[in-house]
Design a protein. Structure first.
Length: 195
């Protein structure tokens, strides 16, 4: 055996084993935090163990990359048009100092909420993360109601967010037309067409 081969053999590490669900920080819905028993012929990977301890069987494909997740989140937020459509109110009523301090204070609060939700969803990684977390964290007997209220509130927010951004963008487009031609007054048809 050459010196190079012997040095490679001495520095190679043994293969690491995936941690079992007992070693992972998860919230089990089973009584007493028990771990599930695998009754299938196939061995579970760590994701399947975590989902089984949450009472779920993995059925969806997990194909979102970091870029896909960012794109979906950015599209749902509608960040640029929603910011631009509300800029008038902040600048008009609070001024630059109010906008600056308002953004900083709001940013701290929003980041705290986002970090809390990220921690909850990573400890209970289910497809309905909000509903499941609400059901698990609610007092005994209130889980189904908490999940129901959370689900419908989320649905209502999702279906009203996109139209509100559309309305703001339509108002900006019509305002730009009015700036270009000061005599222009949008008709009802143009307002509804823009929205």
């Amino acid at each position: 055996m050459s010196q190079r081969q012997s040095s490679n053999a001495s520095t190679s590490k043994p293969p690491t084993q995936q941690p079992a669900v007992a070693q992972e920080p998860i919230t089990s819905i089973l009584p007493g935090g028990d771990l599930p028993i695998n009754t299938t012929a196939q061995a579970w990977n760590s994701d399947e163990e975590v989902l089984a301890s949450l009472g779920y069987k993995p059925e969806f494909k997990r194909e979102f990359t970091l870029w896909s997740t960012f794109c979906v989140s950015f599209a749902v937020l509608g960040l640029l048009p929603s910011f631009a459509s509300t800029l008038y109110y902040g600048m008009g009523y609070a001024g630059t100092a109010g906008m600056t301090w308002g953004w900083l204070v709001a940013m701290i609060g929003i980041q705290s909420i986002a970090s809390s939700m990220a921690e909850l969803c990573s400890s209970m990684p289910t497809s309905g993360g909000l509903y499941y977390a609400a059901a698990v964290l609610a007092p005994p007997g209130w889980g189904p109601l908490a999940a129901w209220v959370t689900g419908w509130s989320n649905w209502l927010g999702q279906i009203t967010a996109a139209p509100s951004v559309d309305y703001g963008v339509a108002a900006m487009v019509l305002a730009a037309a009015s700036i270009r031609d000061p005599g222009y007054v949008p008709t009802n048809y143009q307002v509804w067409y823009a929205v």
